[in-house]
Design a protein around this ligand. Sequence first.
Ligand SMILES: [Ca+2]
Ligand SMILES: [Ca+2]
Ligand SMILES: [Ca+2]
Length: 219
Amino acid sequence: MRPLLLLCLVTLGCAPRYYCGPGTHAEGDWCVLDEAATPGDSAVDTGGGADTADSASDTADTMDTSDSGDPPEPARVVLNEYMTSNDTKAADENGEFDDFVELYNAGGEAADLSNASLTDDTENLGQYRFPAGQVLEPGAFLTVWCDGTPEQGDFHALFTLQSAGDRVLLLQDPDGAAEVLDQVEFTGMATEVSAARIPDGGVEWVITENVTPGAANAP
Ligand SMILES: [Ca+2]
Ligand SMILES: [Ca+2]
Ligand SMILES: [Ca+2]
């Protein structure tokens, strides 16, 4: 047997091989011709430091696949912050320091508020109506000023909030099923502070001097 053929049988098993070109392998490494069918398989990979890159890209591919399989979370609109006595903290577009309620969409899809309402009166569920076609995108905030002056614009309610004790209800279809999307009830609210869900949309209410109508809550 010729020495070259013997060397082939002993060291390489006579698998079809060639010198790797530029690309994922270092130039000069041995490559196997059918390696493309088994990327990252160290049993047939002759080395050369390319395994790490192969493994990293394989992991990223797997994560992408699982992410795209999750259905979007439905819309979830909550009362996210409210203030009942406001002297200097936050002004409406008329420069008036009024009571307010902030809404937040903690879900993954846009919410249509066309048939939703806000009220502090269980005998009058449709006290404040959102403008027709009003949408709240996921992660978005919306402030309604509870200043008793609806003539000031779309986001001004006829009712105000009483610091001594009051409630706010957020309702869907107030003239029909009147589904309560969220509600808060409170007594003895101080001035110059708001009550805020922290984090936004969470279960815990915090009394804070960091008043943030229309923006993310923070302690
Ligand atoms: Ca008030
Ligand atoms: Ca006002
Ligand atoms: Ca806020």
